[in-house]
Ligand binder design. Structure first.
Ligand code: DQA
Length: 143
C-alpha cells in the first residue's frame, strides 16, 4: 500500500516563502528529499500537492476508500478548514499531520489546528525532517 504524502496550499512555492520558517529548499527539492528518505526506508509513497480545498478533499475521499495511510501537511487549511477536518475523520488508516515550521512559535492564528484532534499524531518544526520523522512513524504504524 502506497502512503500518500499530501501537501496543501502554497507549499509548491516554498522558494518564494519566508526562508526563516521554510528553509531554502524549493518544492521539487523537498519532494526529492522525501522520495529519497522513503526509498531508504523501503516505503512506497506518492506525493501530491494542491492549492484547492476541493481537490484535497477529493484525494482524502480516495484515500479513505482505499484505506490508504496519509502524511498530511494541510498548510494554511490546518488553521480553519472544518471541511478538511471532516474528510480526515473519514480515514480509517493512520494520518500524521506534519509542518515544516513550528506553527506554535508563530502568529497566534497558527496556534489553532483543527486537524490535530483527528489525526494519529503531529510533527512540526523540523523542516524536511518533519516528513522524514513522519515516514519513520508511519512505517511503525503500518509497516
Ligand atoms: C505550514 C504552516 C502553516 O501555518 C502555513 O500556513 C503553511 C505551512 C508548515 O509546513 O510549516 O503554509 O503548514
Amino acid at each position: 500500500m502506497k502512503i500518500l504524502v499530501l501537501n496543501g496550499p502554497n507549499l509548491s512555492r516554498l522558494d518564494l516563502r519566508e526562508q526563516k520558517h521554510y528553509g531554502d529548499l524549493d518544492y521539487s527539492q523537498l519532494k526529492k528529499a522525501i522520495e529519497e528518505k522513503a526509498k531508504e526506508l523501503s516505503i512506497d509513497i506518492e506525493i501530491k500537492q494542491s492549492d484547492s480545498e476541493s481537490e484535497i478533499i477529493s484525494w482524502l475521499h480516495e484515500a479513505a476508500d482505499k484505506k490508504q495511510p496519509v502524511i498530511f501537511n494541510p498548510a494554511a487549511f490546518t488553521h480553519y478548514s472544518y471541511a478538511i477536518r471532516d474528510a480526515v475523520t473519514m480515514l480509517s488508516a493512520p494520518v500524521i499531520e506534519v509542518h515544516l515550521s513550528n506553527p506554535l512559535s508563530r502568529e497566534e492564528f497558527r496556534h489553532t489546528s483543527v486537524i490535530s484532534g483527528v489525526v494519529k499524531g503531529s510533527i512540526a518544526g523540523f523542516g524536511v525532517d518533519s516528513y522524514h520523522l513522519a515516514l519513520i512513524a508511519m512505517q511503525k504504524l503500518v509497516g
